[in-house]
Design a protein around this ligand. Structure first.
Ligand code: HEM
Length: 115
């Protein structure tokens, strides 16, 4: 099947759901298993919607949200590899590339600020 680009908020929802399905069986699942996903996933969706679609906004401080988790370098590698894998599995195009690049640059900045 030919892959399309990320074209709508519904595409973001599918991306994030598939990504979390992977996170929840990964070696970094302990960060996520206790979250209420019905509350958490819409907030993650809204962050990624704001990345791609200009009419969306995300007003939270992402660094602060991650500051108390004691994240490790290896955790970021796994998080990012699974994120990229999920995007590539589902989508192809400019928005898919923007999304992967944004994930990589934020993961890099988070590591610089938090580790
Ligand atoms: C080692 C890597 C990471 C781990 C283990 C991790 C884990 C988490 C956890 C447990 C939460 C829930 C926090 C809470 O509700 O108290 C969260 C929130 C979030 N994370 Fe991460 N994260 C990682 C990296 C990233 C990166 C690189 C990004 C963005 C590119 C990101 C985007 C988000 C977003 C958008 C939220 C939702 C914040 C909100 O509630 O508005 N995370 N993360």
């Amino acid at each position: 099947m030919t892959k399309t680009d990320i074209l709508s908020p519904a595409d973001i929802t599918k991306l994030i759901k598939t990504f979390y399905d992977k996170l929840l069986v990964s070696s970094i699942k302990h960060y996520f298993v206790h979250l209420n996903l019905n509350e958490h996933l819409p907030r993650v969706d809204s962050f990624w919607n704001a990345t791609i679609f200009p009419e969306y906004a995300y007003g939270q401080n992402l660094m602060e949200r991650h500051a108390q988790m004691n994240l490790q370098k290896e955790d970021f590698k796994i998080w990012l590899a699974l994120f990229w894998e999920t995007v590539d599995e589902l989508y192809s195009g400019e928005n898919a590339e923007v999304t992967k690049n944004r994930a990589a640059s934020i993961a890099y900045i988070m590591q610089k600020k938090l580790l």
